[in-house]
Design a protein around this ligand. Structure first.
Ligand SMILES: [Fe+2]
Length: 138
């Protein structure tokens, strides 16, 4: 594991912090790869190669999202921030203001509005639902 980007002595870091360092470093690499592929695709004059570069860019996006999902599942602070900001429709700064009352990041203040998390949230998809899977004896 790369330790050149650690900002504290390794022996003083928890396994949680070290594991998250691995995930964050990997996420940074995936995002950088997305950027590189996109730029190369923009600059590429061969249509077939451009398609390949864009395909590869989308695969890097997939990798980045897989790591982001791992972060969400393994850390409640990430989960809280993602729950607040991702898949919302309102202007992002308004989501923050609604969430914090203008008092800074989510989870960092006492002024949290309990009703705010639903503000700006995209509606769940309408239509098909599965319903209960319990055997009710009928
Ligand atoms: Fe990747």
């Amino acid at each position: 594991m790369s330790s050149e980007s650690l900002h504290a002595p390794r022996q003083r870091l928890t396994i949680h912090t070290l594991t998250h360092h691995q995930a964050i470093a990997s996420l940074m690499e995936e995002l950088e790869a997305v950027d590189w592929y996109k730029q190369r695709a923009d600059d590429c004059e061969d249509a077939a190669l451009k398609d390949i570069l864009l395909h590869n860019m989308r695969e890097e996006m997939e990798h980045a999202c897989m790591v982001m999902e791992w972060l969400r599942r393994s850390d409640s602070d990430w989960a809280e921030q993602m729950s607040t900001y991702l898949f919302t429709e309102a202007p992002i700064t308004e989501v923050e203001e609604a969430e914090t009352g203008g008092n800074g990041p989510v989870g960092g203040g006492d002024a949290q509005d309990e009703a705010a998390p639903e503000k700006g949230r995209a509606s769940p998809p309408a239509g098909f639902t599965i319903g209960t899977l319990k055997d009710n004896g009928e």
